[in-house]
Design a protein around this ligand. Structure first.
Ligand code: AFP
Length: 339
């Protein structure tokens, strides 16, 4: 039997690769792993106890907060606050960022931005959901309260990012900018075990994921791309398969492993896009790039966008290099014809 590497062992091994590492980032990743196990336990019990369904309050986006959203949010905030390495957080569930006002946290060098439970509208119907996180070094001096500027950093400044998918099994996938690694939770020992080392996403794939119900509401170039995906062309593997779970982490994870493109464009009802730059697009863009893929808002590399506000949204095209490039070229062509 080959040796099992747990997430904690792996993180420790990687820390040794950085000669001046102080172990703080390592601790944050461990905190994330523990909070993920708590959320995993609650997600798995969702059908058994009274934690399914809406909480009754709305989050800052005007969406119904689900009970599990709130529990997940609390689990992560508690972990970051008690860990001492994080001076503040931004969560999709909160209008403002939270600066941890205690002496230990004020000395923390990092901020974390996260979506505690993405795809929450899928909770009640037992579809995969996920947590997405992004870690940055703070800009403000240590010893003070975290500031908005700490939160509004370009994605290219991320020091680590990842997601946890609560699916047929639970997986944690993360990068610190040195490749992407995936760990599957073995429930019998309660450990995330290295199951997908050095993930590389295929250059191309056969899956396109977008909400086709929005096609009449978006850039005409996207209709052309959807039409391209449906055309017969055995040489390029078309027609592609349309797969849209409506749970970003699940759609992204499938495409990362198998190849594919995920698109959430700007639409008439979401003129600046639906997905959030800081909580969803940036972390997944960091991962996809590390795995050899591309992430763009249709014009700009996602990781180069300077955020202006915490809950900023953007159009999102992410996945296999060749597929995203093809989508971009069709968008440009249609733009030219229309000009
Ligand atoms: P929620 O977390 O609010 O359910 O949002 C999920 C999500 O941001 C993302 O996971 C999906 O891909 C996308 O929304 C689905 O949106 P549509 O239902 O508009 O296609």
């Amino acid at each position: 039997m080959s040796k099992i590497t747990t997430l904690s062992e792996f993180i420790m091994q990687r820390q040794q690769d950085f000669p001046f590492a102080t172990g703080e980032l390592t601790s944050i990743l461990n905190d994330i792993s523990i909070a993920s196990k708590i959320v995993n336990r609650d997600v798995n019990r969702a059908g058994l106890v009274d934690i399914l369904g809406a909480q009754g309050s709305e989050n800052v986006q005007g969406e119904q907060q689900q009970k599990l959203d709130v529990m997940a949010d609390n689990a992560f905030i508690r972990a970051f606050k008690s860990g001492g390495e994080v001076c503040g957080i931004g969560s999709e569930e909160h209008e403002d960022f939270i600066a941890f006002d205690n002496e230990i946290s004020k000395n923390g060098k990092y901020v974390v931005l996260f979506d505690p439970l993405d795809g929450s509208s899928n909770i009640d119907v037992n579809v995969s959901i996920g947590t997405i996180f992004s870690i940055y070094r703070r800009k403000s001096p240590t010893g003070t309260l975290a500031t908005l500027d700490d939160m509004l950093q370009k994605g290219s400044e991320q020091v680590a990012a990842g997601y946890v998918i609560f699916g047929s099994s639970t997986m944690l996938v993360y990068t610190t900018g040195r490749g992407v690694n995936g760990f599957t939770l073995d429930p019998s020992i309660g450990e995330f075990c290295l199951s997908h080392p050095d993930i590389k996403t295929p250059e191309t794939g056969r899956v396109y994921a977008l909400n086709e119900g929005n096609l009449n509401q978006c850039d005409p170039g996207l209709k052309d791309y959807a039409e391209y995906c449906r055309q017969d062309d055995p040489a390029t593997g078309r027609p592609y398969s349309g797969r849209y779970i409506g749970s970003l982490v699940a759609d992204f994870h499938r495409n990362l492993l198998k190849g594919g493109i995920y698109i959430y464009p700007t639409t008439d009802s979401h003129p600046t896009g639906r997905l959030r730059l800081l909580y969803e697009c940036n972390p997944l863009a960091f991962i996809v790039e590390q795995a050899g893929g591309i992430a763009t808002d249709g014009k700009n590399r996602i990781l180069d966008i300077q955020p202006k506000e915490l809950h900023q949204r953007c159009g999102y095209y992410v996945g296999s290099k060749q597929m995203v490039e093809k989508a971009m070229s069709l968008l440009k062509e249609t733009e030219k014809i229309q000009a």
